[in-house]
Design a protein around this ligand. Structure first.
Ligand code: UD1
Length: 420
């Protein structure tokens, strides 16, 4: 794991172009297993997680070629549905290949994804939903062994919580169950789910209601090849928007979809941050000269405020006079970054799933430990605004979610040193 050295405080000024969405790319790549025909995907971010999914597809019989930010995916051998432990264990989103592989080969063996530093992340909704679709699974020695025994003509699955991954996994499985109707209720409504469904529809899938909590799928016999362009990454955009508020003279973000950022912009308005949205461009002014108000924030499923921006927002709230709060409703123990921010002089107190934040006038540089992707991004923003030197250890998590990170930060005048 590498480390980052930053000397602060620094100021950011300029433009950042947002890359394609990681959380769209991963389920869409998993869904390419549903056809043997060629798939071309545009606007794919070249990230560690995307390359892990490519490794899985190659193990399953695909050949995947990068051409700039385009991926060309061809089938070069029979689909192999017995996958090695490493890549699946490394990344939870890779579990979404289980359903499609089982439908295609009637049997699949895929490692059970491991625990994660943002909290317990079970796959019970996935397995219970797949069972209703005719896929029986047994867990042995850390692997899921799944068999397709036939789906009923009509299935209704109500998710206990609108899980993004389970919604995506069940859609990706149900589309290829010929002559069946699947109704999913209490689905997640994230933009990445709409993107996955639009991709599947472009392959010939029959899906209605995506983007709402009720989705209806008519299974088809076959899906065909397609070319598809994925949406921009709203979490990358939100991270740079927060960075702009904390460090900016003025930061302009390009390739934004405004509807995907409403919950964050709403918080910016309550705090008193100046921003301007024009076409697909968002301009944010830094907070240093503004009169600011504290806010109470709760994370929620879309269209609520995303848990994946919670650590980054907490850095901003730490610098706002008064008492703010953040209640984490999606991953209730996702507060790994709090101790690290407190070591920099922040005043954050966690009780149950709520963090109470008392604003301070400045943060001070310190040696820090990064624990996960979004916590790493939060610590980097904090390091850039803090007085003096900060070293962030174990920082490589950050490359899972931020494409060309150092290049983008350098372009807005930020100086970061990275050591292997
Ligand atoms: C996805 C995102 C992740 C984001 C999360 C919530 C991807 C690749 N990852 O993760 O960045 O933080 O959505 O927006 O898109 N749960 C269960 N059982 C299950 C599944 C989920 O109890 O079978 C719980 C989880 O522990 C969590 C909640 O449901 O508390 C939401 O998780 P989920 O929406 O499934 O997150 P992911 O799809 O893993």
């Amino acid at each position: 794991m590498g480390k980052i050295k930053v000397i602060g405080p620094q100021e950011a000024n300029g433009e950042i172009t947002i890359s394609g969405s990681k959380n769209s790319a991963l389920p869409i790549l998993a869904a390419t297993l549903l056809t043997d025909e060629r798939i071309i995907l545009n606007n794919i971010p070249n990230l560690a997680d995307v390359n892990t999914m490519i490794e899985i597809l190659e193990n399953a019989g695909k050949k995947v070629t990068w051409q700039d930010s385009t991926l060309i995916i061809d089938t070069v051998s029979d689909i192999n549905s017995i996958l090695p432990y490493g890549p699946v264990r490394r990344m939870r989103a890779s579990f979404n290949v289980l359903g499609p592989l089982t439908i295609r080969n009637k049997y699949a063996k895929v490692a059970l994804p491991g625990g994660c530093s943002i909290g317990v992340r079970p796959v019970n909704f996935h397995l219970e939903g797949l069972k209703k679709l005719g896929i029986e699974s047994q867990i042995e020695h850390g692997f899921t062994h799944s068999k397709y025994i036939g789906a009923p003509d009509k299935t209704h699955i109500s998710l206990p919580f609108p899980s993004v991954g389970a919604t995506e996994h069940l859609i990706t499985t149900a589309v290829l169950l010929e002559n069946t109707e699947t109704i999913l209720t209490n689905c997640a409504q994230e933009p990445e789910i709409i993107d996955l469904c639009n991709f599947l529809i472009s392959m010939g899938a029959k899906i209605e209601g995506h983007g709402t909590s009720n989705i209806k799928i008519h299974g088809v016999k076959q899906l065909h090849g397609t070319e598809y362009t994925i949406i921009p990454d709203r979490i990358e955009a939100g991270t740079y928007a927060i960075l702009g508020a904390v460090l900016g003279k003025e930061i302009t973000l390009k390739n934004i979809i405004e509807d995907h950022l409403f919950s964050l912009l709403d918080i910016f308005e309550k705090i008193g941050i100046n921003y301007k949205m024009k076409k697909n461009t968002l301009t944010i002014k830094g907070i240093s000269k503004l009169e600011l108000s504290p806010v109470d924030v709760e994370t929620a499923t879309f269209p609520g405020f995303p848990t994946d921006l919670q650590p980054q927002l907490m850095v901003l709230l730490s610098l706002i006079p008064g008492r703010s709060s953040v209640t984490e409703n999606v991953f209730k123990t996702r507060f790994n970054h709090v101790d690290e921010l407190n070591r920099m002089g922040a005043k954050i107190f966690v009780e149950s799933n709520t963090a109470i934040i008392t604003g301070v006038s400045k943060l001070s540089g310190a040696p820090l430990e990064a624990t996960d992707l979004r916590a790493s991004a939060a610590l980097l923003i904090a390091a850039l605004i803090a007085d003096g030197e900060t070293i962030i250890n174990n920082v490589d998590h950050i490359f899972r979610g931020y494409e060309r990170l150092f290049e983008k930060l350098e372009n807005v005048g930020l100086k970061i040193e990275y050591y292997e």
